[in-house]
Design a protein around this ligand. Sequence first.
Ligand code: NAD
Length: 500
Amino acid sequence: MPDLFIDGTWRAASDGGTRTISCPADGSTVGTVDEATAEEARAAVSAARKAFDAGPWPTTPSPERAALLFRLADRLAAEKDEVARLEALDTGKRFVEAQIDMDDIVGVFRHFASLAQSDVGRVVDTGMPGVSSRVVHEPVGVCSLITPWNYPLLQTSWKVAPALAAGNTFVLKPSELTPHTAIWLVRTLDELGLPKGVANLVLGSGATVGAAMTDDPGVDLVSFTGGLVTGRRIMAAAAPTVKRVALELGGKNPNVVFADADLPAAIDNALTAIFLDSGQVCSAGSRLIVEESVHDQVVAELVRRAGQIRLGGPFDEDAETGPLISGDHLKKVQAYVENAVAEGAQLLVGGTTPDDPALADGHYFLPTVLDGCRSEMRCVQDESFGPVVTVETFSGDTREAAEDAAVALANDTIYGLAGAVWTENAGRAERVANRLRHGTIWINDYHPYVPQAEWGGFKQSGVGRELGLAGLEEYREAKHIWHNTKPAKAGWFSDTKEDA
Ligand code: NAD
């Protein structure tokens, strides 16, 4: 069956374009998919435009839209293992992690279905006789949804669920490296009876398909998750027609450890913060910022445990983390470490590919710790998106001075996605958390999120918010309707003829 879904029809690319997807863990072939041309991306936008302008989806009662999303969540829960297997093969991530992702995704669809169920406008009481005034919600229109490869279906669910809940139509483009779960999603929506043209799927590269989805005048909103450089391009491409833009970009996330922290817990979480999914997590704790008095103790333990992490493929039950997504990405991470060493960082563990012959066909990189790092170094400022943590230290003669020093380092980045603070002092925890300029702050924890709470970046980590109530707001317009039941002349200007 062909993989492009445009205007309710599954089709192959007109130029016969395909791409073979390989598992990053061992290079085995996962499948071959059809890839769209730029013209097909524009045809998908036209189909979504027609479906939005002619309906019926935008005016379908929101409880009915909610019911479809609940049914989608049920299907995913029922087919969880099969979809998790597709995701694990495309990304190389551990099957158990992909299973957890599926549980999260079920929760995301149910969350937005619940919001749609209770999506009501409000009456504005003007206190003026004969006038009624109300705010109603309307969908934004045609949405271009563009997602990355690290959490393919999760990132997609954060966009598709609110877009559908609010009554929009969309064109979806997953990363060219990880298309299979997006195909499952759109097939399932089709089977569940979503009206023709509401969901459209185009696979292919960002430069052709993605670019057409961002500059086409038929698009009202572009929601993008991916790298900072691509995000800047998308914002520029969307500007001439003033599209709404939601961007979830990269992070250089500080993980701040004070000497008064529960150190075993802080160290254990510092490992999860950076080595989960081999660091290919936007909120990865890639900057460990440690109080000087406990630096040696923390770093020695971090290095010891990083050196023990077992690498392996999706179905290797002993594996604790997996490969990088591609050979190109592996080269970038390797170059990042080499540059860091060249600029003075001390490589304490990792820094290269493993020599285990069983891993030779995959894109593996060893968990890596770089010590002696300073804010002005590139390795502290640039996202590596690999299993590499930089260590910086801070100190202060007084309580205030230590906190000021930690906060100054943690905020010294163009990014602002997420961060954590570790301390047993509750007052300090609150003070520091309040001062960190990052969109999500964990206190004595790392990585958890819930769909009920907003997710989004400060500074150059993004524009707009996903999840929570704000997630739905991104996909709808609030329209104020003022109804004067006693129309009369406005009376601002004299009618000179009458006056004469
Ligand atoms: P990327 O920017 O290379 O690609 C993301 C998507 O954009 C892909 O589908 C790609 O094909 C498409 N694309 C590329 N060029 C395009 C263009 N000119 N026009 C339109 N689309 C284009 O990112 P990636 O390598 O797939 O993902 C890794 C990045 O994603 C990291 O920087 C990571 O921090 C970020 N990320 C952020 C979040 C978040 O919530 N903030 C979540 C996950 C990943």
